[in-house]
Write a protein that binds this ligand. Structure first.
Ligand code: C2E
Ligand code: CA
Ligand code: CA
Length: 257
């Protein structure tokens, strides 16, 4: 799980479940090396269900340990998203584990949603009915139809790492990131930046009103025990320079957007 931090309070405001394979000989294998194979064989459907179930069980375990648990995001692959009975599977796991659905967020990539926007809108509405949150992952890399963006019942836009990487060195990436933040604010969506590695990137995101961040600057993905420790200790993201604009500034920017 990799923690996400709130850019106003610095507190942990969520986790993303990221799959790892502990191989007997090869050691820790990253998803880039095995997810494509799971996708091809269709095994990703079962693996993804396992990830979701495991995240739910983890939430319950932390709650039992008297921790205040923030939402956990789970990535949904194309195969899962296109699965006929996705809604039924989600409902069953939520019911079996008795997890509050608002503590679950599904991350679905922009390019997957834009494959078949009308079909995606229906699936998203189905999922939304079970009370979970929805996030559009890798935002900025696909070709979003802005009309659909408004019709999708999503809660969050997640700015792709490739924009974040160059926001302090590439004027175009800075402009695009600012535009995505403004777009999210106008559509009343939460906006999170992924892959934040430097203090300059953090300062830029805060100055431009981004809500949340995720990245090595705060924490790398970690096992459940370490994440539990972070929750227990109330781990916070440190803000080196106070640059965040006042709310009124964000609102007047919004009015001009
Ligand atoms: P993603 O959903 O875009 O996840 C974010 C990736 O960025 C993760 O890579 C994370 O470890 C990495 N990351 C986070 N912060 C930083 C940073 O500051 N710098 C850099 N360079 N990287 C950072 P990871 O864990 O290797 O996962 C790669 C991809 O594999 C994920 O991209 C996601 O598409 C897929 N994936 C991971 N777990 C699952 C899963 O359970 N189900 C499905 N369907 N896909 C998964
Ligand atoms: Ca993701
Ligand atoms: Ca990404």
């Amino acid at each position: 799980y990799q923690p996400k931090a709130d850019l106003v309070t610095g507190k942990i405001c969520g986790f993303e479940a990221l799959l790892r394979w502990q191989h007997p000989d090869k050691g820790m294998v990253l998803p880039g090396d095995f997810i494509p194979m799971l996708e091809e064989t269709g095994l990703i459907v079962q693996a993804g269900e396992w990830v979701f179930h495991t995240a739910c069980v983890q939430i319950k375990a932390w709650q039992k340990a008297a921790l205040k648990v923030p939402p956990i995001s789970v990535n949904l692959s194309a195969r899962q998203f296109e699965q006929k009975n996705l809604k039924g599977v989600v409902r069953r796991i939520l019911r079996d584990t008795r997890v509050d659905p608002s503590l679950i967020e599904f991350e679905i990539t922009e390019s997957l949603l834009m494959n078949d926007p009308a079909g995606a809108a229906r699936t998203l509405h189905d999922l939304k009915e079970s009370g979970v949150r929805l996030s559009m992952d890798d935002f900025g890399t696909g070709y979003s139809s802005l009309g659909y963006l408004k019709r999708f019942p999503i809660d969050t836009l997640k700015i792709d790492r490739t924009f974040v990487r160059d926001i302090t060195t590439d004027a175009d990436d800075a402009t695009l990131t600012r535009a995505i933040i403004n777009l999210a604010q106008n559509l009343r969506l939460k906006v999170i930046a992924e892959g934040v590695e430097t203090e300059d990137q953090l300062a830029f995101l805060r100055a431009n009103g981004c809500d949340e961040m995720q990245g090595y600057l705060f924490a790398k993905p970690a096992g459940a025990e370490e994440c539990e420790r972070m929750l227990r200790e109330g781990r916070k993201l440190k803000f080196p320079r106070a640059v965040r604009k006042e709310k009124s500034g964000a609102q007047s920017r919004r009015a001009h957007a």
